[in-house]
Ligand binder design. Structure first.
Ligand code: PHE
Length: 450
């Protein structure tokens, strides 16, 4: 063991860090674009259901194992195992989690790099450097590589600072900024002509589309990605929570913040699309659906900002800074999963672990940059569609079936003495044992069997 373990300084410190992990590109990009292409409020409704009923219980499983074991995911799963076989499965699951977190960071770093580049473009335009601006917004190996490297370096520097001086300090600085920029942008966009039509599309559900199986699958996947589940990031953040805190209420706070920010981001993006339409930008594709995914973020919105003249420069800059901040507070949590393992199990200093692991992940990112067409979507699909729900399932099985129920209760009771009489303890164990595994398996089977 290298040195004493870190711990968040307060309840608020944990809430900012863990909601920083949860709130990321998944909320500000993924959620609104999924809502845009899945019937607006219909998707919102299903997402709320999935997040509260399945993702929140799974989040609690990770936080509880983490705080109990006070260790990285590999050590933690071995600790809660009861025999040689489950210890072995625990080790495999832990490694799979760390590798998945690293691969997620490898593609996330590239996307986050684009956000920095797009934040730089309006500034370049202002000073008349149009060639630079078009390089920043045009797709190319060099640009992708340069900004991925910048983003990875930032992530690595924060993580090498440790729990309080790195993760907590930067999450506490960045999360309030994120909220201010987001609310400011919404307030502005809602005053523009066309915005109210977007609000209607977003908030009035087309129930006919709510109960379609594919939509449920998408909503569950989105909820798992958004709450950073399955890969040991929430587990390791949980391991830095003091035993004095009520962990059930902390988990609830994180879930509410995560959902709240996703819903707010929808109030920005979807109305902004209709403002764009009002200004003459095309927002529907050839099949009549709202344009989503990367075209929405990197073509429709910049086209909207262009129609807004000088104000558009400020708004465009603020929007991509918002994206960069959201990405950074998430990427540090991804990096913490493997770094904590190397630090705790192999005894390397935190700084050395951070640089070693970041270098490895950056190499993988570089390979993806140069083989973009073959690897980018493949890595995203493997990690977020398959590995994450599968690992989420494994963690539920560990807490529901392998770990001793009395120990689970004892862990929850630390900081929450009346736990046994609470609704949480009446409902959550059933969810973790039966409801979550069956639901995840169903969704998983549907994905695998197509
Ligand atoms: N929750 C993050 C987002 O919404 C992504 C993430 C996934 C972070 C897995 C950590 C681990 O963008």
């Amino acid at each position: 063991m290298a040195g004493a373990r870190g711990e968040f300084s307060s309840r608020l410190g944990f809430i900012l860090a863990a909601s920083g992990s949860a709130v990321g590109l998944g909320n500000i990009w993924g959620f609104p674009t999924q809502a845009a292409s899945n019937g607006g409020a219909a998707f919102l409704l299903m997402y709320l259901l999935m997040a509260f009923m399945l993702a929140y219980p799974a989040l609690m499983a990770e936080l509880i194992i983490g705080r109990h074991a006070k260790a990285n995911i590999v050590t933690a799963l071995r600790q809660v195992s009861s025999n040689v076989l489950t210890r072995f499965i625990g080790t495999l699951t832990g490694f799979a989690g760390i590798i998945t977190a690293s691969l997620i960071l490898a593609f996330y770093g590239i996307v986050a790099g684009w956000m920095i580049a797009f934040a730089g473009a309006p500034l370049a335009t202002v000073v008349g450097a149009d060639v630079v601006a078009s390089w920043l917004t045009g797709f190319g190996h060099t640009r992708n590589l340069v900004f991925m490297l910048i983003f990875m370096l930032l992530t690595c520097l924060i993580i090498s600072g440790g729990v309080r001086q790195g993760i907590e300090k930067w999450s506490s600085r960045l999360m309030p900024m994120l909220l201010i920029i987001l609310v400011g942008l919404i307030a502005y966009v809602l005053t523009l002509p066309g915005a109210m039509q977007g609000v209607k599309v977003y908030l009035l559900p087309d129930f006919g589309r709510s109960f379609n199986f594919q939509l449920i699958v998408n909503a569950l996947g989105q909820a798992f990605f958004s709450l950073s589940l399955g890969v040991g990031t929430m587990l390791i953040y949980g391991s830095y929570i003091s035993k004095k805190e009520n962990i059930a209420s902390l988990g609830r706070a994180i879930t509410l913040i995560d959902i709240g920010i996703a819903v707010l981001a929808g109030m920005l993006i979807i109305p902004a699309m209709y403002v764009a339409q009002h200004n003459g930008v095309q927002i529907f594709d050839a099949t009549g659906n709202l344009i989503a995914e990367d075209t929405l973020i990197f073509a429709v919105l910049p086209a909207l900002f262009d129609t807004m003249g000088g104000t558009g420069v400020v708004i465009g800059f603020a929007f991509f800074v918002l994206m960069t901040i959201a990405a950074l507070t998430s990427s540090i949590s991804m990096l913490e999963a493997p770094v904590s393992y190397v630090n705790e199990v192999h005894g390397l200093s935190r700084r050395a672990s951070a640089f070693l692991v970041s270098t490895l992940i950056t190499v993988i990112s570089t390979i993806i940059v140069f083989n973009f067409g073959d690897l980018f979507v493949l890595v995203i699909t493997l990690t977020t569609r398959y590995a994450q729900p599968f690992l989420g399932l494994m963690l539920c099985l560990f807490v529901g079936w392998i770990w001793h129920r009395n120990q689970v209760l004892t862990e929850i009771k630390a900081g929450f003495e009346q736990a046994e009489q609470s609704w949480f303890w009446r409902i959550w164990p059933i969810y973790i044992r039966y409801v979550c595994p069956v639901a995840i398996l169903t969704v998983f089977a549907q994905k695998v069997l197509g």
